[in-house]
Design a protein around this ligand. Sequence first.
Ligand code: GDP
Ligand code: MG
Length: 239
Amino acid sequence: MRILTAIPVYNEARHIVPVLEAVSRYAGEILVVDDGSTDQTPQILANVPGIRVLRHHRNLGYGAALRTAFAAALEGPYDGLVTLDCDGQHEPSLIPEIAAPLADYDIVSGSRYLKTFDPSQAPPEDRRRINVEVTRWLNQCLQFNLTDAFCGFKAYRTSALRQIETHDPGYAMPLEVWVQAAAHNLSVTEVPVPLIYLDEARAFGGALDDPAARLQHYRRVFRAALDRAGLRPVGSGCA
Ligand SMILES: Nc1nc2c(ncn2[C@@H]2O[C@H](COP(=O)(O)OP(=O)(O)O)[C@@H](O)[C@H]2O)c(=O)[nH]1
Ligand SMILES: [Mg+2]
């Protein structure tokens, strides 16, 4: 399988060189989607050999950055796409393990809650609570058997990406991917990945930093995606 490895990046000057050095040990073809970074990220990327960079002229959002990666995978001669974040929260040495199940599945999702790698690591309480709630929606509404709704470390067959339509520009976009996966009966599996939270504050930005508002936003995007896909089961505790 010919795999493209794509990394969405927004103001990651601190992490980009060590992350790309590690990724280049486990991935042949690397695409960085620079989502309108305003720090030194563009200058740093210009001096990294052997990678392709696509830059948004302004910050469009995590979801928009993933869509740019999806489009690049579909335009190119690729069979699969691996995505991972550029903030040190994903372990590049696991890229082959995330990609390998594409031989049998359309989508492979890393899960930080399948296996405990480091018991001293714990997610911020609000993030964990929201992840548990949204994962419950996915399993109850779409009959998945998932343990982590939001891990950005994933792999996709391009044949699956061709069927996936998303709209949200931000952090709710992965929910649309799950709904599309159900709508197109795509096969999904999870691979355990370490839960890594570094001692740096990472914001969703704006209203989404409020957990209640964030969960309400996710519910709105999820319901709209269910409606668009004609998948809205009623009365089943579904979101
Ligand atoms: N915060 C943020 N990250 C973005 C954006 N666009 C792309 N990214 C990148 O998307 C990845 C995930 O972002 P992050 O904030 O770590 O998400 P989280 O770990 O799910 O909270 C990182 O590599 C970011 O650099 C954006 O608009 N905002
Ligand atoms: Mg992160």
